[in-house]
Design a protein around this ligand. Structure first.
Ligand code: B12
Ligand code: SF4
Ligand code: SF4
Length: 379
């Protein structure tokens, strides 16, 4: 019999997936306690979907009951971050600079599926997941050799392929064991004594409670992407310049020091929003439909206009706090706050103005108070 495992790995590698593992559908029993501890500590915040269907998350067979096999894949999304173009530019996390991976990855996996069907001469019902279903993607990846879990909780691949990777799964109703394909074992890697990610994290989100966890409520990625309400006042300055997501724990990781660039043009900055957003130009987007036109094909569509403009105002406020408080910028914020219909955005704009101690800023704040705009000044 041909070595089907190697042949399928070669096909997937040629498509750009640098890590390919054959996984078992058996429950992730050893991960149950860890996952439940994370939920018990409330670290999921308002991501209620994380508490739904815990049985499915820990038992991949329940997700696609007709499946007999699952292939786990990793693809690199990294492109080098250029210097910040100037003041009032907010940083977009690397995973989001190009086209939305929820759109790109399934297309590529569908190609892989067709090629597998040709190779095995067998049609298959399939299910493709990438951050889109209750699958414990990191647990599955860890158990079957995609990489090991770093203290920042992300999967780090072998041979310095690092952590700037998306994870994805192809569930098939073909019994691959009939083709001599058995599940892959774990890859053994370790962080050793390193805790650079935890030390560098601006908010202390990476925590050791016996196991390492991320308290999502403190994570800038959660606050800028998943949180639908106000950014907590005490976290606003910690967002610094991150307008969408955060890469700090990955930037400092030694396993990312030799990361190469993504093999797919879809993940290059030209295919999406790029590494930085011009913050004041974001404030010109007046409606959700205008926002959708510009961002629908990118991961930034998730928090909608309301979420992205809220983040934008926090980043502007942080630059103002760092001395960029010319009257010109403060006046622009005032005009925005005076004309914006959304109370959440008016409050964040007032907060941004209040980061300046100038007499001009104080005057604008008084005017906003007179217009009954909520003002939170403290940091
Ligand atoms: C919820 C979620 C979030 C939440 C919570 C993150 C978290 N760490 O729990 C928030 C919104 C904060 C988030 C942020 C990000 N996310 Co996210 N997220 C998810 C999601 C949907 C579930 C993750 C999960 O199950 N969390 C629950 C907790 C309990 O799991 P865990 O703690 O990570 O468990 C592992 C470790 O703790 C570790 N572990 C356990 N014990 C011990 C002990 C030791 C000693 C060590 C070292 C490790 C260790 O083993 C566990 C299994 O691997 C997955 C997609 C999916 N369906 O799985 C994507 C996913 C994890 N996210 C992803 C990405 C890219 C990100 C960001 C980098 C995006 C960004 N740049 O802003 C950040 C990274 C922040 C971080 N350091 O985690 C990728 C990660 C790819 C990879 N290489 O691992 C995923 C897999 C999506 C995908 N399909 O590619 N995310
Ligand atoms: S993404 Fe940023 S805030 Fe979240 S754990 Fe990593 S460094 Fe901390
Ligand atoms: S920075 Fe250090 S501790 Fe954190 S994931 Fe990388 S190797 Fe592990």
């Amino acid at each position: 019999m041909p070595n089907y495992k190697e042949l399928i790995k070669e096909i997937a590698n040629d498509l750009g997936f640098h890590q390919v593992s054959f996984a078992s559908l058996a429950p992730l029993e050893n991960k149950g306690a860890h996952f439940n501890q994370w939920l018990d500590m409330g670290f999921q915040g308002t991501m209620n979907y994380m508490a739904r269907e815990p049985e499915t998350r820990l038992n991949p067979a329940l997700l696609a009951p007709q499946s007999k096999s699952v292939i786990v894949l990793a693809v690199n999304y990294y492109t080098q971050r250029p210097e910040k173009p100037g003041p009032f530019h907010g940083a977009v996390a690397s995973y989001a600079v190009g086209r939305d991976y929820h759109l790109v990855i399934p297309e590529k996996i569908d190609l892989l599926k067709q090629k597998i069907e040709q190779l095995l001469n067998q049609k298959s019902q399939s299910k493709i997941c990438t951050d889109s279903a209750p699958v414990y993607e990191q647990g599955l990846s860890e158990r079957h050799g995609i990489g090991f879990s770093g203290k920042h909780t992300l999967i780090i691949g072998p041979k310095l392929s690092g952590s700037y990777n998306f994870l994805a799964e192809l569930f098939l109703d073909i019994d691959l064991s009939k083709f001599g394909i058995e599940p892959d074992g774990p890859y053994k890697g370790t962080c050793g004594d390193c805790f650079r990610c935890g030390t560098a994290c601006p908010t202390g989100a990476i925590q050791n409670h016996g196991d390492f966890f991320v308290d999502a409520r403190l994570c800038i990625s959660y606050q800028t992407i998943e949180n639908k309400g106000a950014i907590p006042i005490e976290l606003r300055s910690k967002l610094e310049n991150w307008v969408f997501g955060c890469d700090v724990c990955q930037e400092v990781c030694p396993y990312n020091s030799k990361t190469s660039s993504t093999p797919w043009i879809e993940f290059e900055p030209e295919a999406g929003v790029g590494h930085y957003l011009d913050l004041f130009s974001m404030l010109k987007i007046k409606t959700q439909s205008e926002f959708k036109l510009r961002f629908a094909h990118t991961p930034l569509s998730r928090p909608k206009r309301r979420g992205i403009l809220r983040n934008t105002l926090v980043c502007i406020g942080n630059e103002i706090a760092n001395g960029q408080d010319d009257k010109f910028y403060l006046q622009k914020l005032f005009d925005f706050a005076s004309n914006e219909a959304e109370p959440l955005l008016r409050e964040h704009a007032a907060w941004a103005i209040a980061q300046s101690n100038s007499a001009f800023a104080n005057d604008l704040i008084s005017k906003l108070r007179a217009k009954e705009v909520e003002v939170n000044k403290i940091n």
